[in-house]
Design a protein around this ligand. Structure first.
Ligand code: GCB
Length: 599
C-alpha cells in the first residue's frame, strides 16, 4: 500500500488542522522557479484561495487559460513535538505537484483527483513557523490521466488542449489538512459483507504500522455496541442487521483500536458502515439481493466561479435536486469526486458508479466530435506513450479504490470513458486494469466502462471485460438529430437489438444520452437546442429503452450545464444539463421527475 488514504478525524490520538484559506500563488511560465529557489519563498506572488480552481476568478483570459507550472505558498505554526507523526494531506492537486517543506522537497504526486499524504515529521520545525511551497503543473499529454495535448502558441505561451469535453480546471482544488497521528497508527481497512438470512457477517482486515493487536467493534445508530472482535482480521456478526438501502441509508459505526499489551489504547479510527451487498446476476443488478434499476445522472464537479472546488452547499443542492427528480444513482464522470460527495451519498442513500479519470483515450479534441462525425481511427493504444499511460492509469485506479472502497454508496467502478476500443490493442491495454481492480476491491463490486458510439457488437473489444455494459449514446443529437428523430429511433433500436445476445447474460445501462438545450429557448414546433426538443429527444430514448428488458439503468447526460473549452461546438460550455449551471430546472427536469416516480 502506497499511503494511508483514511479521511482525517479527531480523537484522543488523532488531530488535524485545516490549512484552507488565502495562500500565495505565482505563475511560472518559464519553468525556472526551481533555479530561482522559489521553494524558499515566492518572489512576486498574488493571493489565491485554497481550495479553488484558479481559472474563473480571473478577469484576464491568459490567466484563466494559464497552462504550465505555477506555485503556491503558505505558512503554518506547529506547536512543540508531542511524539506523533506530522502528516500533510492534500485532497487533490491537479494534475501534478511537488511539495517543499521549509525549502526541502517532501514528495511528488501525479493525478489530479485523488488525495496524497506526506509524512513531514523530519522536515518541520516544532514550536516554529513552517513554510509549504508547492510547484504545480496542469499540462496535458498522452500519458496523463485524463489525456490531451499542450499547444505552444506563437508567443511561447501554452494552452491545454483536452481530448475531453470539460474545462481543464486546476490548482489546489480540494482541502489541505495537517494531521497528527500516533507513530503506531491504523493505516487502512477493508470490509466485505455477506447476508445470512436477517444476519450480516462483516469480514474485516486492518492495516497498521505496528505489531500490536487490533480490536473491532460495531455500534448501532443509538450508540449500542452490537458486536466485537479482536485481531487484524476477522468476522463480525450483526444479528437482524438494518440494511443500507436506496434512500433508506442506515449507517452503523465501525471502530478500530490498536491496543497495547495492557489493553491501553494506542490509536482509534471510527468509520461509517453501511450493510449492503451488490452483485450482478445474469442480466440483473442486485442490491441486497433485490433488483435495482439505476435512474439518475452523469455529473461533473462544476459550478459558477468556483469551478471544480468542492462546496458543501452546492453538493447539498445537487442531492436535493436529484431526490426531487426521484433519481437513485450518479456516475462520477469523468474522475473521482471530492470525498465529501461519497460521505453525502452514504447518508442520503444514493448509488455511485465511481469513475477513474481515464477519459480522452482517443486522439480527438473534446472526444465526442470525431465519433459523432463518424471519425477516423486514431489507433490510440498503439503509441509509444501507452506503457507510461497504463502505469499512470493503474496508479489512479489504485488510489481511487483505496480511497473509496468502504463507501456503501459506491456500487461499481468505471475503468474508462469512451476510449477507442475498436481494435485488439485496446483490449490488451484494459484487461490488466480490470484484473487489478478485481484484485484490489475486497467487495468485488461490478466493474464497467462507458463505451463510445462506434464501440458496437462485433467492433468493440472491451465490453466482455465489463460486468455490466455501459453505453454513451446520442441518438437524436450527434446521430440523426432534429428533423431525423424518427430515423434516430430506428437506428437506436437496431443497435440495441445487436446487443441482445450479449445482454442475455449481462445487464446493459445507458451512462449518457441527451441533447444540448439552451435554458431560454422555446420553439413550437421544436428545433434542436430548444427545451421542447430536449423533451422529445428524451421521450424517444425512453421509448426505446423501455422496449428491452435487459436495459437496467438510465443515467442522463448531464445533471447540469457545465464549463468546457471554447469552441464552435459549445456555447460557453456544454448545455445538456437537466438543470442550468446555477441549478434551476429546464423543462426536462419535470419529465424525468414524473418518469422516475413510476420507474
Ligand atoms: C460524451 C462524453 C462527455 C461529453 C458528451 C457530450 O460522450 O463522454 O464527456 O460531454 O459526450 O455532451 O458530447
Amino acid at each position: 500500500m502506497k499511503q494511508s488514504m483514511l479521511y482525517p478525524c479527531t480523537n484522543a490520538h488523532r488531530s488535524f488542522a485545516s490549512l484552507d484559506g488565502l495562500w500565495k500563488m505565482q505563475f511560472d511560465p518559464a519553468s525556472d522557479g526551481i533555479t530561482q529557489n522559489w521553494q524558499d519563498g515566492l518572489p512576486d506572488p498574488f493571493s489565491m484561495p485554497v481550495p479553488a480552481s484558479f481559472a474563473d476568478v480571473f478577469t484576464e483570459k491568459e490567466k484563466r487559460d494559464y497552462c504550465g507550472d505555477f506555485w503556491y505558498e503558505t505558512k503554518f505554526y506547529l506547536e512543540a513535538d508531542d511524539g506523533r507523526d506530522v502528516i500533510l494531506r492534500f485532497g487533490s492537486i491537479t494534475h501534478r505537484a511537488t511539495v517543499y517543506i521549509n525549502g526541502v522537497c517532501a514528495g511528488f504526486h501525479e493525478g489530479g483527483f485523488t488525495p496524497f499524504v506526506l509524512n513531514i515529521t523530519e522536515l518541520v520545525r516544532f514550536g516554529n513557523r513552517n513554510r509549504i511551497t508547492v510547484r504545480v503543473n496542469n499540462e496535458l499529454n498522452e500519458t496523463s490521466i485524463p489525456c490531451g495535448t499542450t499547444k505552444v502558441r506563437k508567443d511561447g505561451s501554452r494552452l491545454a488542449q483536452p481530448y475531453f469535453d470539460f474545462f481543464n480546471y486546476s490548482g489546489i482544488q480540494r482541502s489541505v489538512h495537517l494531521l497528527k497521528v500516533p507513530k503506531e497508527a491504523i493505516l487502512d481497512y477493508d470490509t466485505a459483507i455477506t447476508l445470512n438470512g436477517s444476519d450480516a457477517v462483516i469480514s474485516y482486515q486492518v492495516k497498521t504500522s505496528g505489531e500490536h493487536s487490533v480490536s473491532a467493534e460495531i455500534f448501532d445508530r443509538k450508540g449500542n455496541r452490537v458486536c466485537a472482535n479482536t485481531g487484524k482480521s476477522g468476522e463480525l456478526l450483526i444479528r437482524d442487521a438494518r440494511l443500507w438501502n436506496v434512500r433508506d441509508a442506515y449507517l452503523y459505526t465501525l471502530v478500530f483500536r490498536i491496543l497495547d499489551d495492557n489493553g491501553g489504547e494506542i490509536d482509534k479510527y471510527p468509520a461509517r458502515l453501511g450493510v449492503r451487498t451488490i452483485e450482478v446476476k445474469g442480466n440483473r443488478i442486485l442490491l441486497n439481493s433485490r433488483e435495482v434499476y439505476l435512474k439518475g445522472y452523469g455529473k461533473h464537479e462544476d459550478f459558477e466561479v468556483i469551478g471544480r472546488q468542492f462546496s458543501w452547499t452546492v453538493a447539498k443542492r445537487d442531492f436535493e435536486l436529484m431526490k426531487w427528480t426521484n433519481a437513485n444513482c450518479f456516475r462520477t464522470s469523468h474522475y473521482p469526486y471530492a470525498e465529501e460527495w461519497y460521505q453525502m451519498a452514504d447518508e442520503e442513500g444514493f448509488l455511485i458508479i465511481d469513475e477513474v479519470p481515464a477519459v480522452g483515450m482517443m486522439r480527438s479534441l473534446m472526444n465526442f466530435a470525431a465519433a459523432g462525425a463518424g471519425g477516423k481511427d486514431t489507433r490510440f493504444f498503439t503509441a509509444d506513450t501507452v506503457p507510461q499511460l497504463q502505469k499512470n492509469h493503474k496508479e489512479q485506479l489504485e488510489e481511487m479504490i483505496l480511497r473509496d472502497k468502504n463507501h456503501p454508496s459506491v456500487i461499481a467502478f468505471s475503468i474508462f470513458n469512451e476510449p477507442e476500443t475498436t481494435y485488439p490493442e485496446a483490449r490488451d491495454y484494459f484487461a490488466p486494469l480490470f484484473a487489478l481492480a478485481r484484485e484490489l476491491d475486497v467487495q468485488k463490486r461490478p466493474l464497467t466502462g462507458a463505451l463510445l458510439v462506434n464501440s458496437t457488437p462485433g467492433k468493440d473489444t472491451c465490453a466482455e471485460l465489463c460486468d455490466f455494459i455501459s453505453l454513451n449514446r446520442y441518438y437524436g443529437w450527434y446521430i440523426l438529430g432534429g428533423p431525423d428523430l424518427n430515423d434516430a429511433e430506428g437506428a437506436f433500436r437496431a443497435e440495441v437489438d445487436a446487443w441482445r445476445p450479449i445482454c442475455e447474460n449481462k445487464p446493459l445501462i445507458f451512462t449518457e444520452f441527451g441533447a444540448d438545450t439552451h435554458a431560454g429557448e422555446h420553439k413550437l414546433p421544436s428545433v434542436m437546442w430548444a427545451q421542447e426538443y430536449q423533451n422529445e429527444c428524451y421521450e424517444m430514448n425512453f421509448r426505446v429503452m423501455d422496449s428491452y428488458d435487459f436495459v437496467k439503468g438510465e443515467l442522463v447526460w448531464n445533471f447540469a450545464d457545465f464549463q468546457t473549452t471554447e469552441g464552435i461546438m459549445r456555447v460557453n460550455g456544454n448545455k445538456k444539463g437537466i438543470f442550468t449551471r446555477n441549478r434551476q430546472p429546464k423543462d426536462a427536469a419535470f419529465l424525468l421527475k414524473k418518469r422516475w416516480e413510476q420507474k
